[in-house]
Write a protein that binds this ligand. Structure first.
Ligand SMILES: [Fe+2]
Ligand SMILES: [Fe+2]
Length: 463
């Protein structure tokens, strides 16, 4: 289809949408005058989807714009249609491949029945989804993704506050119910399903003063990602996430100077530290909303795969199912965090180290699953591109359709960009044209001035 044919087709389908909407005010929903235009639109769109996955029509100043060009003058039947879109606040109409007659019908019904005005695009999207229009969106993908990063950030911050309040309660001798932990774990789990990269990117937040708080949330997120990769059922996943969030809760029963002590511990001090899984287990069994499996995962998080850890298990001891997940998440977060006695490893280095210790302290099957799920260039990996620019991986490309993304931080001369820019990389990592970017390899982030990772993914403007 050439551009002219495309424009004709769009004009036709928008007219049909307008007609269906107008007739909906006159005839019942099943009347041919309402129904036929909808079926016609569906047929026309199938032609469009032969060589593309979406049709994006942006609404600017009351006019529909296709690929940057306004496509038609308004006719009387469309005035009503455009007026309705404008009143509701629809900023764009995006038809996705897979669109059904039902989707279009739902959309027309939505336009006909919605009386609210000036709705935010996010709300319109929610209403359309609730009504069942699965292949019609009102926001371009980049905006949705920006929203995802903002929502993931809220979910993360909320989880940190929950950990802060639980640890404070426990230190003061109160026993929290654990209901809030369960809720934030559910939120993190749905955020991982909605946009895994956005949620995982946040585990790179390392706030050194509050090491335990961020560490707890990071371990919860990473444990949930592993539980996802293992396809664990919903409730079990929540148990794993809760155990991740509270795995070090027993440390509240130890002296603060001991937990914060940098460097190596004396034998006596280490004996003290070894008590935290038992203490954690005790606390969790007293919390009314926590299931026993979470408590056991906390008890067993330092036992090691080869059972040489603590509390020392007897040789016949079988750890509870899923108790080997937390140690993998715990190890990854510890390795990628800078401490006063240890520089932070970058994600690929951490995965290499973990592969080496798999079978000893870590469960080899879970490690290999974790390595796979993080991909060749995990989110947060600093990379050099074929353009000689340096950036940080912000999308793992694991979802295929969304592809791998990089936030470019330094230009080809090594100069920091005033405004980091998020770019999509070519599929399969091989650039076919000079302006397409692909990853050449990882670079050592320690060679570059430290970047504020917390704001990195939010401030990156999609290209
Ligand atoms: Fe621990
Ligand atoms: Fe830990």
């Amino acid at each position: 289809m050439d551009r002219r044919e495309q424009e004709l087709l769009i004009t036709k389908l928008i007219r049909a949408l307008g007609t269906s909407l107008k007739n909906r005010g006159i005839y019942p929903a099943t009347h041919p005058q309402v129904r036929n235009p909808v079926e016609k639109i569906h047929q026309d769109l199938l032609l469009f989807f032969v060589d593309r996955n979406e049709l994006v029509l942006v609404i600017t100043d009351g006019t529909l714009v296709f690929e940057g060009v306004p496509i038609f003058s308004l006719t009387s039947s469309l005035e009503n249609f455009m007026d309705r879109l404008g009143r509701i606040g629809v900023p764009a109409i995006i038809f996705d491949k897979g669109l059904t007659v039902g989707d279009i019908d739902t959309f027309v019904r939505f336009l006909h029945e919605t009386r609210e005005q000036g709705l935010p695009p996010k709300r319109i999207q929610e209403l359309l989804e609730q009504a069942g229009a699965a292949h019609i969106r009102v926001k371009p993908m980049e905006e949705e993704e920006e929203d995802d990063y903002a929502i993931a950030h809220q979910v993360y911050d909320n989880a940190v506050s929950v950990v802060v309040s639980i640890l404070r309660d426990v230190r003061m001798g109160r026993i929290p119910s654990g209901a809030e932990s369960e809720q934030v774990v559910k939120d993190m789990s749905s955020m991982l399903t909605r946009n895994r990269d956005a949620m995982l990117a946040l585990t790179l937040i390392k706030n050194y003063d509050e090491y335990t708080y961020n560490h707890s949330v990071n371990v919860a997120v990473l444990s949930l990602a592993i539980a996802d990769a293992m396809s664990l059922p919903g409730e079990t996943k929540v148990d794993v996430g809760v155990a991740g969030l509270l795995h070090d809760i027993g440390k509240t029963q130890l002296a603060l100077e001991l937990i914060r002590k940098p460097g190596t511990l004396s034998v006596k001090e280490f004996e003290e530290i070894k008590k935290h899984p038992d203490e954690g287990f005790l606390l969790l069994t007293k919390m009314s909303h926590i299931r026993p499996s979470s408590a056991y995962m906390v008890l067993e998080h330092h036992m090691r795969f080869d059972k040489t850890g603590y509390p020392q298990p007897n040789p016949e001891h079988t750890v509870n199912p899923n108790s080997n997940i937390i140690p993998v998440a715990d190890c990854y977060d510890a390795l990628t965090t800078m401490r006063s006695y240890q520089k932070a490893r970058y994600p690929q280095q951490a995965l290499d180290i973990m592969t080496k210790i798999a079978g000893k302290s870590l469960d080899p099957e879970i490690v290999s699953l974790f390595v796979n799920t993080m991909g060749a260039y995990p989110v947060g990996t600093m990379v050099r591109l074929n353009t000689m620019e340096i950036g940080v991986v912000s999308g793992s490309g694991r979802d295929g359709e969304k592809g791998r993304k990089v936030v470019v931080l330094f230009d080809r001369d090594g100069k920091p960009l005033p405004c980091p820019e998020q770019v999509d990389l070519v599929e399969g990592g091989k650039a076919t044209e000079t302006d397409q970017r692909a990853i050449l390899g990882t670079v050592n982030p320690n060679l570059y001035p430290s970047m504020p990772s917390e704001n990195l993914f939010l401030s990156a403007a999609p290209a």
